[in-house]
Design a protein around this ligand. Sequence first.
Ligand code: AMP
Ligand code: MG
Length: 321
Amino acid sequence: RNYPIYIRHPEILRVVKTYSIVLRTMRRILDERGFMELPAPIIGHVSDPGLRGAGKAVVEIYGETYEVQSSVIMYKQLYASLLEKIYYAARNLRIEPPENMYTGRHLVEFTQLDVEASITTASDMMRLAEETLYKTVRYILNHHSELLTYNQVDFLEKTITKPPYPRIDYDSALELLERKGYRLEHGKEISFEAEAALGDIYGTPVWLHGFPTVSRGFYYMPDPEKPGYNIDYNLILPGHAGEVLDGGCREYRYEKLVERIKYHGEPLEKYRWFLELAKAGAIQPSCGWGMGVERLVKYIHGLRHIAYASPHPRIPGIIGP
Ligand code: AMP
Ligand code: MG
């Protein structure tokens, strides 16, 4: 209703500037490290199947049904295999359930800085992620503190410590959170509330890693040293902000992919283009991550709702202008 006023509000415009600077800074960091940016596709035969309750939008074109990309995971795997170090600044569309409007950290349309590399390890990709996060927030603090309130500068100075950040595995996190009174079920992703609490407990960014295989999409690599768990990791922010990044090493073996797609009850046909690539040996082992840019901006500005972090907010259950 007050859109003409809202959109010209100086605070809103400061956030939009931060968004732009954050994206530019992250691109610069990745470019310097030899990562190549690729344009993200908007539609495809399949998109990310592991969406934590969100739906996918489909469009019909030439009598065929395509999914609007909810993440470019499989394209990332392909191009990391072909070019070694790549990234996308991808717009993702996810039909979040309307009640996710109230989490304050879900949008229907958002940007993921989607990074992937072959010939690497989980640990190296975690290092890259925390360096990227740290340097980006530092850049804002050092060169654009005029965009932030004094309180927010203080808060960031306290919470965005120099990496490496602590790492806690899924089982230990469950134990810790249960001691704090959260009731959690083993084998499920950790609830949004509990995840945010984990960031509060540490007061700095913290890695949550090694999720149970059953709780996650099929494309994560199972840990050969810890059966039943993946080689994967989430970065949780302090200040009750929750998950900002999701990543892992990827399954690339044809037989395993088929097995796990079936286990998830997904039709193989949809994945044929990818499975054929895997069968032909075109998909190499890779690891990577996707960082939610609006989530990061929300943290940088200490915003109450992620909608303020997007120049084009599409709010669950509402969408908007
Ligand atoms: P996922 O693979 O679903 O964990 O998503 C990867 C990253 O994208 C997350 O760590 C978030 O930072 C971000 N993200 C996921 N879903 C949303 C959403 N609905 N709105 C805004 N950011 C999101
Ligand atoms: Mg996630």
